[in-house]
Design a protein around this ligand. Structure first.
Ligand code: SAM
Length: 262
């Protein structure tokens, strides 16, 4: 595809992800995808591994897994690709063509995942999806059924600072005015759910900052009209690595490679 054609096609898409499509074209996504990538601590090399990206949307993380050497990447989504929500599948399809990528795609709800439908994968990515799901524990059981080794989970967390496992329920537009947000578990609740879903080794890779920082940030959010003071103090995002079998410290370290974007 010639640069002008790529630029013009990219301009016609409503992008969620910020993706470097090559030839000097970077998509105008609302998501700061490269910044988020750095927080995931993805294995630096995925050489020869199979990867499932659940809720892939425009596919930034699927293409990144392929770039890191994965032998097979399956990108799945449901809501965004279906076309009735904010986005479509056009961004994923254009990015895949522009990057000359072999990432596969399948339209499937996370609740329908099973080894019979999609097989099993060495590494599963569940990024920015869990808090959208009405039945998060059941969903994690489905995710566990297709995970062979490592799950990388990124999610909104709420009730931050409560010691006991707890979750905030968003029956309406309580979280960011988005009616598709359902649950904000806290860090202990995410650990508990992952263990209940048969992940034996769970680590928090990126956790919410300490209370003084959260307090200052909450004031800044409230001042700019972004959120209520009490809610902003309790809400954040966190990243977890969860393994099906117990890992040695060296194995865990190996999976927490240096994230990089080239
Ligand atoms: C906030 S976006 C995150 C996109 C991408 N994973 C990321 O981290 O940038 C949430 C994604 O989850 C997908 N999603 C929501 N509910 C889903 C479901 N029940 N099954 C599959 N995907 C779902 C949406 O379509 C959307 O693409």
């Amino acid at each position: 595809m010639l640069p002008d054609e790529l630029r013009s096609k990219a301009a016609s898409v409503r992008w969620y992800h910020t993706i470097d499509l090559g030839q000097g074209v970077v998509t105008h996504g609302i998501d700061e995808s490269p910044t988020r990538l750095a927080r995931l601590a993805l294995p630096a090399s995925l050489d020869g591994q199979t990867v499932l990206d659940i809720g892939a949307w425009d596919g930034f993380f699927s293409f990144e897994a392929e770039r890191r050497g994965a032998s097979r990447v399956l990108a799945t989504d449901y809501y965004s690709w279906y076309g009735n929500g904010w986005g479509t599948k056009a961004g994923f399809q254009l990015a895949r063509a522009a990057l000359n990528s072999r990432v596969e795609d399948l339209d499937i709800d996370v609740m329908d995942l099973s080894p019979e439908r999609v097989g099993t994968f060495d590494v599963v990515l569940l990024l920015g999806v869990l808090y959208h799901l009405p039945n998060p524990l059941l969903a994690l059981e489905r995710v566990a059924s297709v995970s062979r080794r490592l799950l990388v989970l990124e999610t909104v967390v709420d009730m931050v600072g409560f010691g006991r496992p707890a979750a905030a329920f968003y029956p309406g537009r309580e979280l960011n005015g988005d009616p598709t947000n359902c649950w904000g578990p806290n860090v202990p609740a995410v650990h508990g759910m992952l263990r209940s879903a048969a992940f034996q080794d769970v680590q928090t890779v990126t956790c919410p900052p300490a209370a003084p920082y959260r307090a200052l940030r909450a004031v800044a959010h409230w001042w700019r009209g972004k959120n209520r003071l009490d809610l902003a103090f309790r809400q954040d995002r966190a990243v977890f690595h969860a393994w099906k079998a117990p890992q040695s410290a060296a194995d865990r370290q190996g999976d927490r490679g240096v994230s990089s974007v080239s």
